[in-house]
Design a protein around this ligand. Structure first.
Ligand SMILES: C[S@@+](CC[C@H](N)C(=O)[O-])C[C@H]1O[C@@H](n2cnc3c(N)ncnc32)[C@H](O)[C@@H]1O
Length: 444
């Protein structure tokens, strides 16, 4: 049997369908790259070979478990898609790459717009190259389908996108509204309701994508929180949202109780549902309103300050939330612009950054979770440090971050002194660098 590599060649518009059919028959070779041949696509095949008999006639040789009506260089049909099997004339690419959903989306949209007579290459840039998948919904970025001509072809455009990306509902982000709730401004393009369920590290989060944001960029911090041992601890989550951190504290870190502060009623509705969904309602007290007014005082062993670009508005509230006798741990989040400062060598002021809301959402930004621990009153014991002490994790040895952490701890020292007229001891226990990567659901 000749070891010639074979490909199935079909029209580009049918490539996705054919690929899926070949995959289900077990003869699609996902380790090789699909190739474009003018208006056609050559899909790589596996487990098939060919044989030439004495008359010089070449036939496909296939294992007995593949009873497909296929022959070499002859039109064949599978699931209504016409194709021919041919010998591959090029060496297979060593890289694993099959025709991507993005390429397929491009082909199908181009075809639709050509049929409507409105295709132009200027539309290329607004075909989405990445998206987020939530449940059966695909959430498209704000940069796509911006040209008015797309609107003249709805709902067909949305149907093609939904079919190609294999989802039932389709939504598109617009710029985040500049209000205190950071309302997402998501438009539903296909489907009726915006509620999705998102599973993350064994936790279910439900929320309406039109009303609340799911901060996917926080995943590494959520995973870190999930590893904490908080048995017996009371935690205050000052910016609870839909429960991004409240839930890992309750479910994985095993906190005794979380006081969750949130002022956005839409987020509170989702938070309530999430507590029920994850069966932890009895361990959480929701305080609805501005945390500076509604946060309980003197109750917490740990306070989470998960607000970006800076949690500074909540610093005083966090100090007051800690147990006065024993102190506790503060997790202080902020964006720190280390690029700028590493160039001129100056330090950063806590909370200072030059990144607009939009930059945070769309671009990688350095984000810090800064745990300030053991902020206890001086108890006079010799081993209690009375100066801020940096004990940051080894891999994060960026001097800007140390400087920032050091300034934050000085700031907290002053705050405690003002609030209680007595010295508290502050140690920086850890600095975590959170790269706000593209969402884990993004695909291309
Ligand atoms: C963007 S979310 C962040 C949630 C989560 N901590 C995270 O980092 O993924 C911030 C939440 O804090 C809420 N929030 C902001 N300022 C607040 C305040 N002063 N009091 C109560 N909630 C506040 C917003 O409504 C929003 O739901």
């Amino acid at each position: 049997m000749e070891k010639k590599l074979l490909v199935a060649v079909c029209l580009a518009k049918d490539a996705q369908n054919l690929r899926e059919t070949l995959q289900s028959c077990g003869i699609y070779d996902s380790a090789r790259k699909a190739r474009r041949l003018d208006d056609k696509i050559a899909l790589p095949l596996t487990r098939l070979g060919c044989e030439t008999n004495e008359e010089g006639c070449t036939k496909i040789v296939k294992p007995p478990d593949i009873p497909l009506p296929i022959d070499l260089n002859t039109s064949c049909a599978l699931n209504g898609v016409l194709f021919t099997i041919q010998k591959s004339h090029t060496e297979p690419s060593p890289r694993t790459k099959s025709i991507s959903l993005q390429e397929d989306l491009f082909e199908k949209l181009k075809l639709l717009m050509e049929r409507k007579g409105v295709w132009s290459s200027s539309l290329l840039a607004s075909i989405p190259k990445h998206w987020e998948r939530h449940d059966d919904m695909v959430l498209l970025p704000s940069s796509c389908f911006t040209e008015p001509v797309w609107q003249t072809c709805v709902p067909e455009v949305w149907n093609v996108v939904a079919e190609t990306l294999r989802c039932r509902r389709l939504a598109k982000k617009n710029r985040i509204q500049k209000n205190d709730f950071r309302t997402p401004n998501v438009e539903l393009l296909k489907g009726e309701n915006g509620w999705v369920v998102h599973k993350d590290n064994g936790i279910k989060y439900t929320y309406d994508v039109r009303k609340c944001m799911f901060s996917a960029g926080n995943i590494s911090e959520k995973l870190r929180v999930a590893k904490f041992h908080c048995s017996g601890e009371t935690v205050v989550d000052l910016y609870a949202g839909i429960g991004y951190f409240t839930l890992p504290y309750l479910i994985h870190a095993n906190a005794k109780c979380v006081h969750a502060c949130e002022w956005n009623n839409e987020a509170v509705e989702a938070l309530r549902k999430n507590l029920v969904l994850n069966k932890v309602t009895d361990k959480c007290v929701i305080h609805i309103g501005d945390n500076r007014e509604v946060c309980p005082r003197g109750v917490a062993d740990r306070v989470n300050l998960g607000l970006l670009p800076s949690s500074e508005p909540g610093w005083k509230t966090a100090c007051l939330a800690l147990k006065r006798e024993t102190g506790g741990i503060l997790h202080v989040h902020a964006n720190v612009n280390s690029k700028q400062t590493s160039v001129n060598g100056s330090s950063v002021v806590p909370g200072q950054n030059d990144l607009g809301d939009d930059s945070f959402v769309t671009e990688p930004v350095e984000v810090f979770s800064h745990s300030i621990g053991d902020s206890r009153k001086e108890n006079g014991s010799d081993d209690t440090p009375n100066k801020p002490l940096l004990m940051t994790s080894r891999q994060f040895n960026h001097s800007t971050w140390y400087q920032w952490a050091s300034r934050v701890s000085e700031h907290f020292k002053d705050l405690f002194l003002k609030l209680y007229s007595e010295e508290w001891t502050i140690c920086v226990l850890h600095v975590e660098h959170l790269k706000c990567k593209p969402s884990p659901h993004q695909s291309t």
